[in-house]
Design a protein around this ligand. Structure first.
Ligand code: NAG
Ligand code: NAG
Length: 251
């Protein structure tokens, strides 16, 4: 009985503390159960901060984004202050906005943004690659939440990593399909990468790969020899000129 009384008194006290002093933030869209504002790229998020009921109406407010002060117009400081995040960008993901009394930073409230976006995969690209050279196809799989799977197909069936010399690598933001020595009969075709987002579903990009004949590489050693000769000749010319110039000065 005593215990119950104590906890309810504590609740009452906490209630009083959070509701009579300080600031309150209202958001559009509203904060979810996890305390986050769920939004998508290019959307708009509005945040409005007001001082608590017992705080003077002309009390100045300050907004911080991840600890950095947000510039506010003079008329947007006293008693209530609004900030608008528009458009929402990648960088706003996990950004925390804090509103506090200018006079006393202990009176504050915060909200955090969760920005979701699908991978930017669409359309198609024509890729020409020389026989026996390296083919690299890259797909941007950056997304929030992260994609759950990435698949590569050639002519409609999964690329065979054991035949055909394909290597698939997945980094944080890209997936690459690499063939280190292209053979026309094995590697020409229509490739597609598909990244599945747990929130937005599958996104794909297509690559039309054609192989061309190997070109004879420009012979490197004779070229270097020729360049060396040219440079040396030029240097000799400068040296002989230099002698003349030096003589000239000694006159
Ligand atoms: C966001 O806007 C930019 C520029 O207008 C556009 O290129 C991009 O596709 C948009 N992204 C989304 C997910 O709507
Ligand atoms: C894929 O399809 C194209 C066009 O039909 C064809 O020319 C190519 O040989 C095929 N590639 C493989 C490896 O089967």
């Amino acid at each position: 009985m005593k215990l119950i009384f104590r906890t309810s008194l504590l609740h009452l006290l906490l209630y009083c503390v959070t509701h009579t002093v300080g600031v309150d933030i209202k958001t559009d869209p509203p904060v979810d159960g996890e305390g986050l504002i769920q939004t998508e790229l290019n959307n708009t998020v509005s945040l409005k901060c007001t001082v608590g009921a017992d705080t003077p109406n002309d009390e100045e407010l300050v907004w911080l984004r991840d600890g950095m002060t947000v510039n506010l117009k003079e008329e947007n400081k006293k008693g209530a202050s609004s900030v608008c995040v528009s458009p929402v960008i990648y960088d706003d993901n996990e950004a925390t906005f804090t509103c506090q009394l200018k006079r006393d930073a202990t009176h504050k409230a915060s909200v955090t943004l969760r920005v979701t976006y699908p991978p930017e995969l669409s359309g198609s690209e024509e890729v020409t690659v020389e026989e026996e050279s390296t083919l690299v196809l890259t797909c941007d799989i950056w997304a929030n939440p992260p994609v759950s799977t990435v698949e590569w197909t050639r002519n409609g069936s999964m690329v065979d990593l054991f035949e055909g010399g394909f290597v698939v690598t997945i980094g944080g933001s890209t997936s690459q399909l690499t063939v280190s020595k292209v053979e026309r009969s094995l590697h020409e075709g229509t490739y597609m990468c598909t990244a599945k987002s747990p929130k937005y579903g599958p996104y794909s990009k297509t690559f039309y790969v054609t192989a061309t004949d190997k070109t004879i590489k420009f012979p490197l050693m004779p070229t270097i020899a020729a360049i060396v000769v040219v440079v040396l000749t030029a240097l000799l010319a400068v040296v002989s000129r230099w002698k003349k110039i030096v003589k000239c000065f000694k006159k």
